[in-house]
Ligand binder design. Structure first.
Ligand code: PGA
Length: 249
């Protein structure tokens, strides 16, 4: 069973630091089983240089966002094709920081995911509830709705990844219980199966939110977890290395 370990560098990384980190990640990835896929998502300014550096390695590159249109008068935006040409194979869409700071909606995220697929990238579609939503017992409803609305109609299993990222777990050090992670991943898989007509339990759902070297093994061994989307710890070569080594593959 494939597991993906994906580093989201967010708005971190200048050329020297990126080159060092990419070199370290590629070194660890070399020894991993083929079923473990490693991806780093540097800022768009570095996509090309990091891709060039990682050519011939076991590490793929992803973007952190893309526009829903292939081109046009959209100042500051980047299209899926641009990322692809820069060497990316994946792109994160719908990260909670984009939802929060850029007002992204489920509908807009679906359009971005569709654009990514059309442009030859694998979108990593992020979903997750806020603390309020969890505390008021709405987590499954909220996440189920996000999955239904963010998945492009007719998407095939090999064309996308989902990432369950509870908003309250991102960058906080707090992590849901393994039982909660398992329950939510199964819920996401069943909503995806129902919407897309794919086999039950077959959608690839990564977990994200405060994944570290110390908790990676337990999280990655949890049923329904197809990998990890890692923020803060992906900037530290040894932490990210530990997480990669914890993947089952
Ligand atoms: P974190 O971020 O690992 O720093 O909690 C995860 C994410 O935002 O993808």
């Amino acid at each position: 069973m494939t597991q993906w370990i994906i580093g989201n560098w967010k708005m971190h990384g200048l050329p020297v630091m990126a080159a060092e980190l990419a070199r370290a990640v590629a070194g660890v990835a070399m020894g991993l089983p083929a079923a473990v896929k490693v991806v780093v998502c540097p800022p768009a300014t570095l996509a090309s240089a990091v891709s060039e550096q990682l050519k011939g390695s076991r590490v793929a590159v992803g973007g952190q966002d893309c526009h829903a249109q292939a081109q046009g008068a959209f100042t500051g935006d980047i299209s899926a094709q641009m990322l692809k040409e820069a060497g990316a194979a994946y792109v994160i869409v719908g990260h909670s920081e984009r939802r929060q700071y850029h007002g992204e909606t489920d509908e807009g995220i679906r359009a971005k995911a569709q654009a990514a697929i059309s442009g030859g990238l694998i979108p990593i579609i992020c979903v997750g509830e806020t603390l309020d939503e969890r505390q008021s017992g709405q987590a499954e409803d909220v996440v189920g709705r996000q999955v239904r609305e963010c998945l492009p109609d007719g998407a095939q299993n090999a064309e996308f990844l989902l990432a369950y990222e509870p908003v309250w777990a991102i960058g906080s050090g707090a992590v849901p219980s393994l039982l909660d992670i398992q329950g939510m991943h199964h819920h996401i898989q069943s909503v995806a199966a129902e919407k897309l007509g794919i086999d039950a339990g077959s959608a690839h759902v990564l977990y994200g939110g405060s994944v570290k070297g110390a908790n990676a093994q337990d999280i990655l061994a949890t049923d329904g977890v197809a990998g990890a989307l890692v923020g803060g710890a992906s900037l530290k070569a040894d932490e990210f290395g530990q997480i990669m080594l914890a993947a089952k593959g």
